[in-house]
Design a protein around this ligand. Structure first.
Ligand code: DGY
Length: 325
């Protein structure tokens, strides 16, 4: 009998068709996001799960799915999954690193530029009809911050951080970085996190969210940032203290921010960042190009297909489960 696999959203790409031929595939068709209760109900009796970063895979869910043999997430980040609980059960977790690096770096740089040059405010200004003869071009009209010649501090020098560094060097920036494990990258100067924050005109966050990095940029660290700096976060919301950031932006201690990820997603209407004109906001679209999303989906399907064949997943977060066999 074919293995039962639950897919929590329709996927782009080609390999999902191969997956459909290789198992008894049940796809959630909505409407809207899958609730925890629906996920639990749909997963009953399934050997495989292909999920998104919006699905919470925790111990309670795993306890209710004793037949589960693999999980494949269409994401590089796996903070929505209790990896330890999966590992304890010998369940491999697949993810999708690599293919979204350049696209996410583009988003980070787009937010950096937009925040520096106040593009969100400028767009609203024109659209709302505020651009009149009384408020026309003037020497101090919509002045922003120069990117060329400024210092960019990269927090987390993994693949995406390095891709952002390449862009910044091309824009004539000085690039400094902090990484927990020092790594040599051409053109990038390594600094302690505190030094980086004090020195950088722009700070871009590129660490994964884990117990070690949760609130890495808390109120104390935000207070260390250079006055007038810009913060960009395309990693995960939980890494930055949003309330402290909002206070620093509201008081003008920081110039602006570009934020693609939030502690709670979809973002709550009362999130203090939403009311600030100097924050450019995006709804977690770092990897959102058609090409990249198709590659991510293909990789998620490839991980699932390998698991169905009884092989090791090509991109497994917890390969130690294979030693337990
Ligand atoms: C991921 O895959 O973790 C990204 O956040 C998606 O954009």
């Amino acid at each position: 009998m074919a293995a039962k696999v639950f897919l929590t959203h329709r996927l782009p790409g080609e390999r999902v068709h191969e997956l459909a031929r290789a198992c008894d595939l049940n796809v959630w068709m909505g409407p809207g996001l899958l609730s925890a209760a629906d996920l639990r109900a749909e997963l009953a009796g399934c050997q495989g799960l292909v999920c998104l970063l919006t699905d919470r895979i925790d111990r309670a869910l795993l306890d209710a799915a004793p037949d589960l043999r693999f999980v494949s997430s269409m994401s590089v980040g796996v903070d929505h999954v209790d990896v330890q609980a999966l590992t304890e059960r010998g369940i491999p977790l697949g993810h999708t690193p690599g293919v979204l690096v350049e696209t996410t770096a583009d988003t980070a740089f787009a937010l950096l530029m937009a925040a520096a040059r106040r593009l969100g405010e400028a767009d609203r200004f024109v659209r709302q009809g505020s651009w009149t003869a009384d408020t026309a071009w003037a020497p101090d009209f919509f002045t922003g911050k120069d990117v060329n010649g400024a210092t960019l501090g990269i927090v987390g020098l993994g693949a995406i951080g390095q891709a952002v560094a390449r862009r910044a060097l091309g824009f004539g920036m000085r690039v400094v970085a902090w990484n927990r494990t020092p790594r040599a990258v051409p053109g990038v100067e390594l600094l302690a996190l505190e030094e980086l924050l004090a020195l950088s005109d722009f700070v871009s966050v590129h660490v994964a969210l884990s117990a070690d990095t949760r609130q890495l940029l808390d109120a104390d660290k935000i207070a260390l940032m250079k006055p007038g700096a810009v913060l960009v976060n395309t990693a995960r919301g939980g890494i930055v203290d949003e309330a402290a950031l909002a206070v620093a932006l509201g008081e003008g201690r920081l110039f602006a921010a570009g934020i693609d990820v939030f502690e709670r997603e979809p973002v709550a209407a009362d999130n203090p960042l939403l009311g600030l004109p100097n924050v450019v906001l995006a709804p977690h679209i770092g990897s959102a190009t058609q090409g990249t999303r198709a590659l991510m989906a293909d990789m998620a399907a490839a991980n699932a297909l390998a698991a169905l064949r009884g092989e090791h997943m090509p991109c497994c977060v917890n390969p130690s489960v294979y030693d337990q066999l």
